[in-house]
Design a protein around this ligand. Sequence first.
Ligand SMILES: [Zn+2]
Length: 287
Amino acid sequence: MALVSLSKILTKALNGRYGIGHFDVHNLEWMQAVLNAAKEERSPVILGVTEDAVSYFGGFSVPVKLAEALIKEMKLGVPVVVHLDHGSSVENCIKAIDAGFTSVMIDASHHPLDENIRQTKEVVTYARKYGVTVEAEVGSVGGSEGSDKVTDPVYADPIECIDLVKRTQVDCLAPALGSVHGIYRGAPKLDFEGMKEISQLTKVPLVLHGSSGLSADHIKRTIALGTAKINVNADNHLSFSKAVRNCLENDKGLYDASVYGSLGREQLKETIRIKMRLFGSVGKAIE
Ligand SMILES: [Zn+2]
């Protein structure tokens, strides 16, 4: 099965009231862990690739080709999306689309609304020609992404959300509603009322950034209120790093990277499988 567009699986998820996991990938082992989890749980899945990860992989085409090769070798048989996470410019979204990404996020949310709309519209126009899905953001997710400094969340305004969706025809929307990238400082304060209103006004699938550290109840509530794509990164880093750290601390003489690499990969896969069960995407890979 070739890579699919995000819209193809996201509309079904919204209608069926389940969430599809977007798992950021940073190298071969992470990609294998995500794809193996998807295979075992018969779940559709989104491989998230940030611009930092694009640099780490060595270019936009590398994660696409790697995903395609693994899907073929693993005889995967579940829908897979390769998605640009937090695309910082129209140019980078175009580069990703040209390299074969099947979904891109244009994150122009730090600009005034009109500029956010202008950039989002430009990406949507280009993406349409290739059947690629586009995600936009309104407001600001708190915490830190990569090397960014830590910031407080800025809650999305429902009126701005409907304005952006109408004027850009974007496929899905990440309204920042109190979630935080990385580790939460204090208890999360999600605006569920705002989420409900934005979902009803825009009618597009919503995206939750910063799901790590939220409770199972939080996650289930966001899905019930119209969230269909759930981004996971920090919890996966914690899981992978803990397994590798334990392994190396328990065997000081160990130097074979494939030993601790595969242990980390296995633990990561199990963490992702638990997420898929929580999101309700298990068994949804069937056409
Ligand atoms: Zn994010």
